[in-house]
Design a protein around this ligand. Sequence first.
Ligand code: MRU
Length: 363
Amino acid sequence: MKIAGTPTRSIRPLADRSGVEIIDQTHLPHALVFRTLRTLEAACEAIKTMQVRGAPLIGATAAYGLALAVSDDASDARIDAACAQLAATRPTAVNLRWALERMRARLLPLPAPARRDAAWAEAGAICDEDVAINEAIARHGLALIRDMHAAKGRAVNLMTHCNAGWLATVDWGTALAPVYAAHDAGVPVHVWVSETRPRNQGAALTAWELASHGVPHTVICDNAAGHLMRQGEVDLVLVGADRVAANGDVANKIGTYLKALAAHDNGIPFYVAVPGPTIDWRLADGSGIPIEARAAAEVTHIRGQAEGGRVLDVCLTPAASPAANPAFDVTPARLITGLITERGLCPASRAGLRALYPGHADG
Ligand code: MRU
């Protein structure tokens, strides 16, 4: 996507391989801050503190994190230790494990002197493939939005949750990729952006992306979603995924399940954009998906920009009140109208996924 007219990816290796440049997303939407990660430890920290976040971008950052750790004489033990360090950063998005297993499988058979070049090349390939996957998701999702526009004869009102845009991937995004494709193709769309407490990825990141690209949108508080669906203001709900089990159950940002329930009750199509690397073929259903528990301070406090431009955190709750912060939930496949993958649309079911990915054994 473009920032001020310049094509930009969310993560980019430096030409001399001394580091990778990221956008530090903790500063958005108030400031656009680029940062260079130069060590394995910096990559781990960037993932943990959510300077980079979103399932595909977490995988891409981990791949480059490993490349940063691989010297010209990197032993098997060094590679395994670096993989373990990266794997421990965040638990829910399976793209992290997927990227590390792919890097490890590429590097370990090679003689040590060949490993550094191969690591940078493989991390680059993971990024390029992510972009190609998301372009394909954009094409398949565009057909859906186009049909809906033709049937309704007016702008299509979509609702999304969290940020599954280009900031969450290397480029394009997953759930937002069809939205950009529709907008660019002249199919009129309007996006309801749910703020996504506690970290507000919707209000801060999705709104910033859509505003930068000129896509009509409106930010709502999370609790307004059901009301808008009952009022007939939502034609389609489209969200991303952090891990999809082999039966089509989907883990995504906390609050996704509530939107799926409300969509189901109101007969509104609920689609999930799913890149292949987000499918966990080892899990039979969503009950085994690890749900990240994050700091209570993300619930008790909120960050915003005060008049005059200063960004500050303020407290919302009584000091004596404990808070809980489960960061993801699982939406059962029965509430999902369909999955939009790079290979096309399919029902959220074991049979649907198997038909698109016949080579995969499942749990
Ligand atoms: O905690 P986050 O911001 O990493 O969670 C991100 C999401 O839940 C996204 O919806 C998901 O990763 C899909 S990103 C294309």
